[in-house]
Design a protein around this ligand. Sequence first.
Ligand code: TGC
Ligand code: FAD
Length: 412
Amino acid sequence: ATTFDWQDPLSTKSLLTEDELAISETAERYCQEQLRPRLEEAYRNESYDKTQLEEMGQLGLLGATIKGYGCAGVSSVAGGLITKAVERVDSGYRSGMSVQSSLVMGGINEFGSEEQKQRFLPGMAQGKILGAFGLTEPNHGSDPGSLETVAVEHPIKKGYYNLSGSKTWITNSPIADVLLIWAKVADPSKGLAADGTPKKVIRGFLVERKDAPAGTLETPAIKNKLGLRASITGMIHLENCPVPVENMFPDVQGLRGPFGCLNQARYGIAMGVIGALEDCISRARTYALERKQFRGNPLARYQLIQKKLADAATDAAFGTLAAIQVGRLKDAGGDAATGLPDMISMIKRQNCDRALQGARTLQEIFGGNAVSDEYGIGRHVANLFVAQTYEGQSDIHSLILGRAITGVQAFA
Ligand code: TGC
Ligand code: FAD
């Protein structure tokens, strides 16, 4: 391209395949035409219309990177472009989709038995079976290795575990049909803990709401959030909830399980938050061109305003390029993908931090109008704080990167 395109300054589109461009266009059109009109009321009223997941399913946007089982089987970059399109509208809508697509469908695809894949993935791809991912607990967020939820063999029913414990801040929990719960199970082969009981390992369980006896599973919504109001978030309380062993991931043990799911979702966030930042740039640019101060000059004429737009547009373009590169390495696999989780930490942290900072600075351009929800900018700022916090708060990703750089671990 010979002319500068402020919406894609480094021509990242030129790096995309025809398929990726087509998927991105489909997703962007759906999001702008169908999702955006519903957003304002949903955000004001903290309501989440779950039919949007069925609509996304019809367009092949759920679990899109999974091959088979009714999923589209697209590249990681294409999957990222879908999250970018959704988050351009709202991070909360992207959240609802990410949990379904990356954390639960992705987890089942990576760690589930063949029977579990057949049973859950096709319905989830259509948005007819909804998922939630339960890792965080009231006392353990950044440090999920210390989680307290347990699964013990059922005292009477052979082939069943009883799950007990609490999860909090769980996207989609109040509406989910299947809840992927990470719990500790005694494993005598690992020896004894300090208290003389068998050591425990973390395992993943697919808890189906329809099979939970009354009083064993509750998923109350968390209301009055200050951000991500267009998504639905809740707790999960389990009290001796019986789950058949067929619903446990057969092989994966330890934190490799949940983190394996998080790699895919963190990648989606890294690309997604740039969609939100680009929406802020577009809104701020329009406002700066229209709003006049001092002798009838548009704000856009002033250098300080231009610098804010230049900084944000640079961060958005660099963030997209970095995410495309990591997506390509992810799909190439093998040697190219050595260190992939740390690369994903790098782009998740950087893009979330820059998107939040950029949105916050662009918010200033709106003056007092930034306080009105009509301008959308304050909503993105509130949402992007959450994106910077979940799936590993930015400082936690700093420590992951610090460990990768120095070989010395700093969290504990
Ligand atoms: P550490 O010793 O680092 O690792 C334990 C085991 O896990 C393996 N592992 C990974 N495997 C695959 N991918 C990764 N990214 C991995 N990171 C670690 C590791 O190899 C080891 O395996 P093994 O077999 O040797 O046991 O464990 P640690 O306890 O020291 O971990 C520290 C730290 C900071 C890395 C980790 O706890 C962390 O990332 N904390 C952040 C927690 C987090 O991200 N929670 C997310 C909850 S889900 C969510 O927020 C969804 S929001 C969704 C939405 O709405 O969009
Ligand atoms: P804490 O772990 O208490 O951390 C508080 C602060 O201390 C952070 O700034 C952190 O960086 C810092 N900190 C912690 N340890 C260290 C250290 N060693 N060194 C330096 N600084 C440190 N979880 C799920 O499992 N599933 C979901 O679907 C899900 N959805 C969410 C949706 C929303 C709207 C929100 C807000 C959260 C969601 N979460 C979900 C939870 C999210 O992953 C956690 O909030 C996040 O991991 C941080 O944990 P915490 O809130 O307990 O903070």
